[in-house]
Design a protein around this ligand. Sequence first.
Ligand code: HEC
Ligand code: HEC
Length: 321
Amino acid sequence: MSKALAIFGGSALVYAALAVLMGVLPGIWLSQVPPIPGLKPLTAIEARGRDVYVAEGCHYCHTQQVRPLSGDEPFGRPSVAGDYAYQTPQLLGSERNGPDLSNVGVRQSSSVWQYIHLFDPRAVVPQSIMPKFPWLFRVVDKPAPGDEPVPLPPSVAPAGRVVVPTEDGKALVAYLLSLKQPKLAAAAPGAAVSSPAPVAPGGSAPVSSPAFNATQGAQLYADRCSPCHGAQGKGVPGAFPPLAGDPVVNAADPAEHVGTVLHGAHGRVIDGKTYASPMPAFADQLSDSQIADIVGHERTSWGNHAPLVTPADVAKLRAAK
Ligand code: HEC
Ligand code: HEC
């Protein structure tokens, strides 16, 4: 009897000690780590959006923890404890059926894209397996003053009516756009974005007929541009312009093409149409050679045919701002 009690009591103690050591203490420690410089507390609407995020179970499929592994590089820099100072309890997640969202406010800053994607992910990412969240929207005959109708492509828009986000929908998108990793002080500012121009074997930089890394260009385009401009450069009707046959992409002088990628754009009339969403600026996110590769991909795909650019050309246009 007393032997059984000792075994039971002993294992209960070991179990309790492990639970405190591995579950409770790290949580207490993490909640006392100060915020890293540049991290902002959530505003009221962002905090409401975080509650919607939890209620809708977004964390069943999405993590908010970037690991120091090369496979995680597209999601942002590796997470540090101070990233979570205003996000307790932390929504780390354990399943990654969709991308990590720690830095999604930087990677996908367009609220218009976020609304279309939540209403019907397949409208912007045809192969997506993410569920629709139509209850975060109202379908109305006419938008009320202050409503911002979502520019849905005709394939998913309800005929003759408009779709506007609910208060919960707006809060969720405000929360998503607030998910931005501040740069860590240790990394020199701009270190990630300046890259030396490739030097030809002879020792001098190539001058004529520049080549570009087509594989890298296609990959970067797929990651960063295709969510809006489409895998085939066709855009999303009414929401994002096509790049196939686009005059800026096919112009012999690449200045406007490269300038648009560096600094973004908003309010242009493109082929007689205007767009509600801005084109985001990528100057802080992509290096000169990455931009040269993406621009090269766009200038040689989907029937486009225009001269290539070198990383040095991009550097010059970056400096000319
Ligand atoms: C069943 C799993 C699942 C659930 C639940 C889910 N997602 Fe997703 N999500 C995905 C997948 C898969 C992708 C990648 C394909 C795509 O972009 O649609 C994705 C992509 C995204 C993206 C784009 C990220 C990027 O880097 O391009 C955002 C933002 C997003 N989801 C937000 C949400 C939010 C907010 C919720 C909750 C309202 C949610 N997701 C619920 C699976 C899911
Ligand atoms: C959030 C959606 C979104 C993403 C992501 C995006 N774009 Fe755009 N892009 C737009 C919109 C919207 C416009 C039109 C801007 C305007 O109205 O002035 C545009 C315009 C452009 C134009 C100019 C077209 C013209 O005729 O003026 C080019 C070139 C372009 N984008 C290239 C890119 C490249 C390269 C990437 C990836 C690095 C990219 N875009 C990522 C939404 C996006």
